[in-house]
Design a protein around this ligand. Structure first.
Ligand code: ATP
Ligand code: MG
Length: 896
């Protein structure tokens, strides 16, 4: 019986410890996960508030001001996290875009003379970037490898992975990502950005905010970020946290928007032409972005619920639902296969390849970089060029929005009203037009067909008015709520453009129209010159030709995705090219996953998904000839389905996809494919992050207990293990030997008074180490310090007991005590957590699990059935007047 052990005091305890595994063995077996676990690096986190004497004293001393101060500090930190993550994202994007832009323009200029020299330069630049990345990871910050999401997920589930949130990991992740993404590997920077956000946030004690900020920065999807944190990474969620996370994401959105606005006019080098994933943006002014975004979202949502729910369906017909469901199934299958293959490869790598040391890791990554360069440069050589899609002959633009172009420099004259352009085009203009300029470049992008005429207008009647790319937009002003005026610079010439807002919440100012269609018309005179080319003229003799495979292979990923999503014309890509890309890129993504570089799976997932989505789209086009089908839409659905099939997220992915494409009409379809792909994927294996967490030995507690637990009782969970505990006053030498003899982190403390034994609380190892190191609480007498009628001494601040967010902290082996110290005693009473969680021994394990998981606990005492009841608490006893101390709540969420 437990109480018997207590009575025997410390001598018994020593006997018990000798039966426990040796400290050096690690505790892999103890945590009951698997032998693969590196036990020394897996410890839980203490989220629970330690209600010890120091804490209670501090609480008693706190005034209202103190509480307010805590709240303000929390929000201020949330602000800093938003700014920090936003800036980190911008830095990474600017660097990647500049490296990539510089690499492509150099290669492009060299291949005009020699393909071989071009290839060598391209390959070497990639190699140097990738080498720098893997060097940083292997030599400086090993914890920065991979996406980091499984580890953060584990952290927020209560498992501390060594080094995951250190400052050096943050630095390694930032610079490592620049190298690996800039070096053209089949991986993305979005997962690492989540980790970067979490690292920044952990410096300020709010990891969840950082995760959301990372997603918000990576995709410019603030709401998606909040939902990602809620759905994917956190295990405990409170409404206060939701507000702060929401606030942080909003700050990120503003920071990113502002910085991009600043970069618009070419101040950031190549940056501005691609970068942040977003395939449809509006020209909102940055400072007004946030407030207007919220109103616009609400507005758009309402209109979506009312008219657009029905009118939006004009964009797809009932017959298309079947092929879309097929995309969902393919996504589920390919996603599950991706997870399975990465499990095998990661397992093999860890057990064979990576055991051979860092050099092998570096060689491996360099080889993969080499193969990636050869494939991305070499494969397009086998494709012949095709002529650019035809456009309005009047516009004079041969390639209005060809895949891969970076901008056609055109001479524009925008002084036309809607009616005037309609007259010129010889068509009666009505319905809706979408103004779509790529804000990153200041380019005026191509018209967005799938948001074109929605009411009263048949699509076939739409005039083919095209506007040029490459113009620097300088100012957008509004004459009234229905008319915009654009002014800007086009190759040294001024232009003015008129846009009419025709639909949506036009009672508001145009600024809130972010996701709503608006009208914008231009007339283009003639093409002056074709601008920077990416892929379009690659390997092609003439300007008017393009190589479809090169536009996706020999390109930055963001631009490749933009091309794959383009809905301008049909059949921009041949089935053969898409299939080649799919097979090669899928293989590269699987092989690259798990190497010693920071690597995210979002963008590779989108690339893979949009490729087979477009393939399905092509078949649908030839099958349903009469329907107005756009391959770009299928590409988008394909991307959603692959991510759903691999990562198994639904709500957050759905919102992220809507936010990055800015297209609410497709929402029901995205939901459909996500649900199907998740269901199909779940039939085979777990989500990518769960699988990877398990493989890395992170013992995640899932949200639901296992069925078998219903039949088990609490006492069956720990078997015959004897409890290791401390008496209230304990000799320093005993503390040291006890701590050395086991790896436990929590110990019951018992007080024996006049033959009666009382469990007075829980003592944490980390707190004992603080006491041993500081020595101030050592006493000569083996009697309790308050035994002569005095009160408990407080020589420590509560802050001394708060463990650093994620670190190994002190170890017993770091503490050196002299022989005199060892003969002293410590009274543990002031330092124990007096309110540990306690369950009766025959409570079902399901209940224990739920209690443990939902409260984020680390230790629970199991006790015999209680002998007495001294009261009963019901709901009514908890409905106390509003004198709750918010600081308590705040504190509990300190590191979450
Ligand atoms: P965590 O590893 O989750 O951070 P911990 O380090 O305190 O918590 P471990 O020592 O790793 O806990 O737990 C391993 C096993 O040891 C568990 O099965 C648990 O029941 C048991 N255990 C933990 N603390 C004690 C203790 N004070 N006395 C006896 N057994 C313990
Ligand atoms: Mg442990």
């Amino acid at each position: 019986m437990l109480s018997n052990h207590f009575q025997n005091g410390i001598e018994t305890a020593k006997l018990v410890w000798s039966r426990l595994p040796n400290a050096d063995d690690g505790d892999a077996d103890e945590v009951g996960v698997s032998k693969k676990i590196d036990g020394s690096s897996v410890e839980s986190l203490d989220y629970e508030v330690v209600e010890n004497h120091a804490y209670r004293e501090e609480q008693a001393q706190r005034g209202k001001l103190h509480v307010g101060y805590y709240v303000v500090v929390k929000w201020f930190f949330a602000l800093l996290i938003g700014i920090g993550t936003g800036l980190a994202a911008i830095f990474i994007n600017i660097s990647v875009e500049n490296f990539a832009g510089w690499k492509y323009s150099l290669t492009f200029s060299i291949i005009q003379k020699s393909y071989i020299a071009g290839f060598v330069v391209y390959m070497l630049i990639n190699l140097v970037l990738v080498y720098s990345s893997t060097y940083i990871i292997t030599q400086f910050a090993p914890a920065a490898a991979g996406s980091g999401i499984p580890e953060i997920k584990g952290y927020l589930n209560g498992v501390d992975t060594h080094g995951i949130l250190l400052f050096r990991t943050l630095i390694g992740k930032i610079f490592g990502s620049i190298g690996s993404v800039g070096g053209g590997l089949a991986l993305g920077k979005e997962g690492p950005l989540v980790h970067i956000g979490a690292c920044i946030a952990s410096l300020l004690g709010q990891v969840t905010c950082g995760c959301a900020a990372g997603v918000a920065a990576a995709f410019r999807a603030p709401v998606g970020g909040v939902l990602f944190a809620l759905e994917e990474v956190t295990s405990w969620w409170r409404s206060q946290l939701m507000w702060r996370v929401f606030f942080t994401s909003a700050i990120v959105a503003v920071v990113v928007r502002t910085a991009m606005g600043w970069c618009k006019s070419g101040k950031c080098g190549h940056f501005g032409s691609g970068g942040f994933i977003i395939w449809d943006v509006s020209g909102l002014e940055s400072e007004l972005f946030f407030s207007s975004h919220i109103i616009a979202s609400v507005c758009a949502f309402l209109s979506f619920l009312t008219n657009d729910l029905f009118s939006g369906q004009e964009d797809y017909s009932f017959e298309e639902l079947l092929p879309m469901a097929v995309i969902g199934v393919i996504g589920g299958l390919l996603g599950a296969l991706f997870n399975q293959l990465t499990i095998y490869i990661t397992y093999w790598r860890r057990n064979y390849l990576h055991k051979k040391g860092n050099r092998v890791k570096i060689i491996e990554v360099c080889l993969i970089s080499l193969v990636t360069s050869i494939i991305s440069f070499g494969l397009p050589l086998f494709r012949s060029c095709s002529p650019c899609p035809e456009s309005d002959p009047d516009s004079g633009i041969e390639c209005p929005r060809p895949p891969g172009t970076y901008g056609n420099y055109v001479n524009m004259n925008f002084n036309f009203s809607l009616r005037r352009v309609g007259e010129l085009a010889g068509v009666k203009l009505c319905g809706f037009w979408t103004l779509r300029w790529l804000e990153t470049t200041g380019d005026l992008g191509g018209q967005d067909d799938h948001e074109l005429p929605m009411k009263g207008d048949k699509r076939t009647e739409a005039p083919k008015v095209t506007w040029g790319l490459g113009a620097k937009l300088e100012k957008v002003s509004t004459r009234n709520t229905r008319r915009l005026m654009l002014t800007g610079d086009q190759g040294g010439k001024r232009f003015i453009g008129n846009c009419l807002i025709k639909q949506g919440c036009h009672v508001f100012k145009w600024r809130i129209m972010r996701s709503l269609p608006r009208v914008c018309l231009f007339k283009l005179d003639k093409v002056v010159k074709i601008g920077i080319l990416r892929g379009i003229a690659f390997y092609c003799g003439k300007d008017k030709e393009y190589n479809d495979l090169a536009t996706i292979f020999f390109n930055t990923q963001d631009d490749a995705i933009r091309n794959l999503f383009s809905a301008k014309t049909i059949h921009e890509y041949s089935a053969q090219s898409l299939l080649t890309f799919l097979v090669m890129f899928y293989t590269l993504a699987v092989v690259t996953f798990g190497t010693a570089v920071p690597a995210g799976q979002f963008v590779p997932g989108i690339m893979i998904g949009s490729t087979y989505g477009r393939l399905v789209g092509m078949f649908v086009v030839s099958f349903y000839k009469k329907l107005n089908i756009e391959e770009g839409t299928y590409a988008l659905l394909g991307a959603a389905s692959f991510l759903g099939g691999s990562m198994r997220m639904t709500v957050s992915l759905c919102v992220i996809m809507v936010e990055i494409t800015n297209n609410l009409t497709l929402l029901p379809l995205i939901m459909l494919v996500l649900l199907i792909s998740k269901a199909v994927g779940d039939a085979f294996n777990e989500g990518l992050y769960e699988e990877q967490a398990r493989l890395r030995g992170i013992p995640l507690l899932e949200s639901r207990p296992k069925n078998e637990m219903r039949k088990m009782k609490a006492k069956e969970a720990f078997g015959n293990q004897k409890v290791v505990y401390f008496p209230r006053v304990v000799k320093v030498a005993d503390v040291v030997s006890i701590l050395k003899s086991n790896n436990h982190n929590g110990f019951p403390v018992i007080d024996s008074k006049s033959g009666e034994t009382l469990v007075i609380g829980l003592m944490l190892r980390s707190h004992l180490l603080v006491l041993l190191q500081s020595k101030v609480d050592f006493q000569h007498s083996p009697l309790p310090s308050d035994s002569r009628g005095g009160s408990l001494p407080i020589r420590h601040n509560f802050s001394e007991f708060v463990k650093p967010a994620s670190s190994k902290g002190l170890s017993i082996h770091d503490i050196h005590l002299g022989p005199d110290d060892l003969e002293m005693y410590i009274d543990l009473a002031p330092f124990v957590n007096r309110s540990p969680y306690i369950v009766p021994e025959d409570m079902s394990l399901t209940k224990v699990y739920n209690l443990f998981r939902q409260l984020g606990l680390r230790h629970i005492f199991v006790v015999p059935r209680a002998s007495r009841v001294i009261g009963m608490i019901t709901r009514k006893d908890l409905l106390i007047e509003d004198n709750e101390d918010p600081a308590t709540v705040e504190l509990q969420s300190t590191s979450v």
